[in-house]
Design a protein around this ligand. Structure first.
Ligand SMILES: *[C@@H]1O[C@H](CO)[C@@H](O)[C@H](O)[C@H]1NC(C)=O
Ligand SMILES: *[C@@H]1O[C@H](CO)[C@@H](O)[C@H](O)[C@H]1NC(C)=O
Length: 386
């Protein structure tokens, strides 16, 4: 699959002198297999113009799906620094089959020239046998960019072959540990971010791999003990694999597909133990309602009548009181009352002098003593006695 290069001159973007050229490359990713495309001085030949750029020139890239601001979901982009190559990598899923156009713009960080490249991806199904046996390894000694080029990747597969049953191994997925919740390591020599590498094969796992991924081995890892690696670690010097983080997936036994619920006729099957509730008889609530309403109402009425009788009919009026009083007492009372009233009347119509008891006995200024006036007509009456 030699890349087809079509040169399409485009309007210059930054320098205005035709420095942007669209270059088209056709690639063929496979569903379920890792796809890696390297962006470097070779793939971006003639940057910016028909002059090869020395490899020391820093270049950065920006890639996006045509007509969209970002890459498709399955594709990732990474570049360690402008002096390193960039990588587009990822594993297409069956939904990604078909044609996708990725636009990549390369920026020359020295001259600020840009070049555009178009990657036409025709994603198809892989040929060959299915790879039902899949294993994922966490390689702690590498960053993701260090295993994406084909040389270290094939070296990893070759080394892994010593641990697997003989058979072809294929790279299925490569993910930076940072994308799976890993931490950026301290800037200490030899510390790497780590990378997850998923490998598939048509041949079954070796007992060694099965043992290292067994629950017993995981239990030992949790307790801080070394895992159960029974065979020689053929990956050892180049690739430091975290044997506590090996996961195996066996897809050779097809999982029972979830049965689709079939809509029934909506009637439950006959169940001998099911006894439906008997039909409730119609009930008349009129008497209940009447009793509930009328009894308190009657009681209230009765009490009201009783109260009215006591208040109105059993009232002791004045006439009755007078009749109950003896005649002599009545006369006595009436006499006192009549006299009092008469006196009051007289007092109101006459100029009565101040009562003697309120008069001074002598004049303060002259010292003159006044003899007490004994004038029967002027002696005040004690009027209000009650
Ligand atoms: C590859 O790995 C990434 C990260 O774990 C995951 O999101 C993606 O679904 C994987 N791709 C496939 C096809 O399994
Ligand atoms: C390894 O896997 C375990 C769970 O299986 C997880 O808790 C642990 O963080 C992983 N270690 C690393 C270095 O990713």
């Amino acid at each position: 699959m030699a890349p087809v290069l079509i040169w399409i001159p485009l309007v210059g973007l930054l320098t205005g002198l035709g420095s942007i050229k669209a270059q088209q490359t056709t690639l063929h990713p496979l569903v379920g297999r890792i796809f890696v495309h390297t962006l470097n001085h070779e793939t971006f030949q003639h940057l910016p113009e028909h002059v090869a750029v020395p490899p020391t020139v820093p270049i950065t890239y920006h890639a996006h799906l045509q007509g969209h601001p970002d890459l498709p979901r399955w594709l990732r982009y990474t570049q360690r620094s402008p002096h390193h190559p960039g990588f587009l990598y990822g594993t297409p899923t069956p939904e990604d089959r078909g044609r996708q156009i990725i636009e990549v713009i390369a920026y020359n960080r020295d001259s600020f020239n840009t070049t555009q490249q178009r990657l036409v991806l025709f994603t198809g199904n892989p040929e060959g046998p299915l790879l039902p046996y899949q294993a994922e390894f966490l390689v702690c000694s590498h960053d993701v960019e260090e295993v994406l080029p084909s040389a270290p990747a094939s070296r990893f597969l070759t080394a892994l072959r010593g641990l697997w049953e003989p058979g072809e191994l294929q790279l299925l997925n490569i993910t930076s540990a940072l994308d799976r919740g890993g931490r950026v390591p301290l800037p200490i020599e030899g510390r790497k971010e780590g990378v997850y590498i998923k490998v598939g094969s048509a041949s079954p796992f070796s007992t060694c791999l099965k043992m290292v991924a067994s629950p017993d081995s995981h239990a030992r890892c949790v307790q801080g003990q070394p895992p159960l690696l029974s065979c020689y670690d053929t990956l050892a010097p180049h690739f430091r694999v975290d044997w506590c983080n090996v996961s195996l997936v066996d897809k050779s036994v097809p999982e029972p597909a979830d049965e689709l619920p079939t809509p029934g006729d909506g009637i439950l099957e006959h169940d001998p133990f099911f006894c439906p509730p008997t039909e409730a008889a119609a009930r008349d609530f009129l008497t209940d309602a009447l009793v509930t309403l009328l009894v308190p109402l009657l009681l209230a009425l009765l009490l009201a009548l009783l109260l009215a009788y006591i208040m109105c009919c059993r009232r002791e009026g004045r006439l009755k009181r007078d009749l109950a009083t003896s005649d002599i007492q009545m006369v006595h009372h009436c006499t006192i009352r009549g006299n009092t009233q008469e006196l009051r009347h007289m007092a109101a119509s006459r100029q009565v002098p101040r009562p003697l008891s309120t008069l001074p006995m002598f004049n303060v200024r002259t010292g003159e003593r006044l003899p007490p006036q004994v004038d029967g007509a002027q002696v005040p009456l004690i009027l209000d006695q009650h």
